[in-house]
Ligand binder design. Structure first.
Ligand SMILES: *Cc1c(COP(=O)(O)O)cnc(C)c1O
Length: 489
């Protein structure tokens, strides 16, 4: 029996995992969720000697159950290979009293690579399984990291095109340069005059525009999504929660069955949601700490039950978390009430009024936040004490974790989910370490950071300022559709 997926807004029409991956988002605008969250069929102590690929297979087969063993192995082996600069794929580092799960060893130096390295493979097979002949057009809104990781994943993949929209003034200089220098004849990139929420809302509108998708279908195209609304993004992210546990077992820091905490720097709520699924599948987790920056809608929601985007959007030093509408929270809300009608109501209210109220009784997630000055202090203090350098997003989580620990007296062993290489945000990291670096050139910062970190500049961004700029479009925030049409037809 295959595990089926239904919409958060309508429990009726369920689809297989491969269909959910092709579609990206449900026809009613809801997100696909598993009808029943599967339990692991291995013992937790068994994972201690598994490599990343073996663990990925044993987790993914439970969720993507209509993929055959051969298909999944093909996807996993294609994704998690020498593209990563370590054969451990996602190393766990013990620093002071916490563990850092480094998810930034892939091609674009951010955790998005963990899922976007495998998504093109999953999508290709999913299309084949479902007899899809049209060319698949991946539409992506990015707060900086998804865009580049998706571009790398899909560049020159047969049968696909990838279109990325990013907030022109809302990403780091390195992030922007990574995207606009992307090669590949099927890649399209545009900056939009707006913030991430504008980009994401624009893309969601296009997904919901039935007549537009019919029009494109006639021309031989179908849309899909590489954002974490796609279940093909979420599922691979569950794996590394188990993998951290395996590494802690192996190093003797825990015994099988001991519970651990994870603190997750959160934006669109995809990463932490994968942690929630891991817990539901049987990973011994005590708490997931949701860490926000100053755009702390999620923190306020978990404290008060009121979700409210009617506030100022703040551009911070952790741009990939500068998000007011956290898409994947919808999935969590559904799991908390198991009522599609209610979820639809909340989302309607969010669309209409920019807010909703939901009395959240929840034993899984705690929330904290850190502002820019706390984030900078966290980077500097940890570096001074240990020599370990965090990126700005990871530092939000580290600062938030320390608040959580003080406020809760919970001293469960904690993993900080480390989502980006400090090199991706080199300028701000250097500034955090020393005021003298306030106004340095963002590309000079790479070399300075390499010195401080006693390492090389990662190959992925070495000399990035010298690469040719291939994508120059800047569009209005209501100009997404025109851009797509101009590129496809
Ligand atoms: C995307 C991203 C986040 C936020 O992850 P979500 O799954 O959107 O919550 C945090 N840090 C970095 C570096 C990211 O790229």
């Amino acid at each position: 029996m295959n595990l089926m997926f239904k919409s958060t807004r309508n429990e009726q029409n369920s689809v297989t995992a491969s269909q959910a991956i092709v579609k990206g988002i449900a026809d009613d605008g809801g997100l696909f969720i598993p009808e029943k969250i599967p339990k692991i069929d291995f013992k937790i102590e068994d994972i201690v000697d598994w490599g990343y690929q073996e663990l990925a297979y044993n987790v993914l087969k439970l969720i993507l159950s209509d993929f055959t063993k051969e298909e999944l192995e093909y996807c996993i082996n294609g994704a998690y290979d020498e593209k990563f600069d370590t054969n451990i794929i996602a190393p766990l580092k013990s620093v002071k009293d916490v563990f850092f799960l480094e998810l930034f060893h892939g091609k674009t130096l951010a955790f998005k690579d963990m899922a976007l390295s495998i998504l093109p493979y999953l999508l290709k097979i999913a299309a084949r399984k479902n007899g899809v002949d049209e060319e698949i057009v991946i539409l992506t809104a990015t707060s900086g990291d998804t865009g580049k990781a998706a571009l790398e994943g899909f560049a020159d993949v047969d049968g696909t095109k990838i279109i990325v929209f990013f907030p022109e003034d809302g990403v780091s200089p390195v992030q922007k340069r990574q995207m606009i220098t992307q090669k590949g004849k099927n890649t399209f990139v545009a900056g939009i005059k707006g913030n991430f929420d504008d980009a994401q809302t624009g893309v969601k509108k296009i997904f919901a525009d039935k007549s537009f998708s019919d029009e494109l279908k006639e021309k031989g195209y179908i849309f899909s999504s590489a954002n974490s609304i796609n279940i093909g993004r979420l599922a691979p992210q569950i794996v590394y929660y188990f993998y951290s546990y395996a590494q802690m077992l192996k190093s003797g820091n825990i015994k099988a069955g001991d519970k651990i905490n994870f603190t997750v720097p959160t934006g669109n709520f995809g990463n932490i949601l994968a942690g929630f699924y891991a817990e539901k599948m049987g990973l011994p987790i005590n708490r997931l700490v949701c860490a926000s920056n100053e755009n702390k809608v999620l923190y306020d929601f978990f404290k008060t039950g009121k979700y409210d985007v009617n506030r100022k959007f703040i551009v911070t030093v952790s741009p990939s978390m500068d998000i007011l509408i956290s898409s994947n929270l919808e999935r969590f809300l559904y799991h908390m009430c198991e009522d599609a009608g209610k979820t639809r109501q909340l989302m309607d209210s969010l669309n209409k009024n920019g807010n909703y109220k939901f009395d959240i009784e929840n034993e899984y997630i705690s929330a904290e936040y850190a502002d820019v000055s706390e984030t900078f202090k966290a980077i500097k203090n940890l570096y001074d004490e240990t020599g370990y350098i965090m990126d700005t997003h990871t530092a939000v989580a580290y600062a938030a974790y320390n608040k959580y620990k003080n406020n809760s007296n919970d001293d469960t062993k904690n993993v900080i989910v480390s989502t980006a290489s400090p090199f991706k945000f080199a300028k701000d990291v250097c500034f955090a370490l020393n005021d003298e670096y306030k106004d340095i050139d963002p590309f000079d910062a790479l070399k300075i950071l390499a010195k401080l970190n006693k390492s090389e500049v990662p190959a992925a961004i070495k000399n990035i300022d010298k690469r040719e700029i291939l994508h120059k479009d800047i569009i209005e925030k209501d100009g997404l559709k025109d851009f797509i049409i101009s590129r496809l037809v």
